[in-house]
Design a protein around this ligand. Structure first.
Ligand SMILES: [Fe+2]
Length: 266
């Protein structure tokens, strides 16, 4: 296959934590304002991707108004905008916002790639779990298209990270998840939200990526909870037909956006 062939252009927007009240703040930040600053950066510096992955925590309060706001603000994207449930999301409200639309689809195939979207959310819990049904779906999708390169995405982190306070709230059935992956050899990358920080590692030939939230960031280098003064951002990915992944993170201009750096939790 021609390695220089056009890649699939993917944008990841994650953890907007929107609220129904336009003036509400999360750790001092107005999350509507920071989402808009991130989307303005996308428009000014990136342009139109082929598709957008919104890897969870779209809402902080699960309100219909927060989901409607996200729909309105992302309506300028010309391609599909796929939604994932995070621990703060409320599935019935998400369903009211996107049920029956492309945003609710659970995979996408293009450019020699299959992108698989898993639901790792557990109602009323902060940690994640895929469960038998999602793991069976992953196995089935990978078995259906063994010749497609695969990018597997969900909200929760499937590996331990340096910010050890988050390891309790990651993907609890990560061993079963990696067991499914081990039955297939086309998975090139894993992508998630939830940890509100940049991560880009490689293990067992798979790229593992997490990305800044569009609002509050968590410090990657400390074991206990700590907010990070790094600005909000987003990730772009170029998925090439030969299986290569080019990717990077962009952040908006440095400003504290009202962030409460002394917060002890969120
Ligand atoms: Fe989050």
């Amino acid at each position: 296959m021609d390695a220089s062939a056009d890649p699939l252009h993917v944008l990841q927007i994650t953890d907007p934590h929107l609220m129904g009240d336009p003036d509400a703040r999360l750790l001092g930040m107005n999350t509507r304002q920071t989402l808009n600053a991130v989307l303005a950066h996308v428009r000014a510096h990136y342009g139109q991707p082929d598709l957008v992955l919104v890897t969870g925590d779209i809402s902080q309060d699960g309100s219909d108004a927060s989901y409607r706001y996200f729909l309105e603000q992302t309506a300028f994207f010309e391609g599909p905008v796929f939604w994932f449930a995070g621990n703060h999301d409320v599935l019935p409200a998400m369903e009211r916002a996107i049920g029956g639309t492309r945003s609710a689809e659970r995979r996408h195939r293009s450019h020699g790639w299959q992108l698989i979207f898993l639901d790792s959310s557990v109602p009323d819990q902060v940690h994640g779990r895929l469960g038998e049904q999602e793991l069976a779906r992953l196995d089935q999708y990978l078995a259906e298209y063994p010749d497609d390169h695969a990018l597997v995405c969900c909200h929760h982190h499937p590996v331990n990270i340096d910010a050890a306070w988050m390891n309790e709230i990651g993907l609890r059935d990560h061993e079963a998840f990696f067991e499914v992956l081990s039955r297939h050899n086309q998975v090139r990358g894993l992508l998630w939200g939830h940890i509100h920080q940049h991560l880009d590692r490689e293990a067992d030939g798979r790229r593992m990526m997490a990305s800044p939230s569009t609002c509050v960031q968590f410090r990657p280098d400390t074991r206990a909870f700590a907010v990070d003064t790094a600005p909000p951002g987003y990730r772009w990915l170029e998925l090439y037909p030969d299986g290569r992944i080019e990717t990077g993170v962009e952040r908006i201009a440095d400003d504290d956006y009202g962030l409460d750096v002394d917060s002890g939790g969120y």
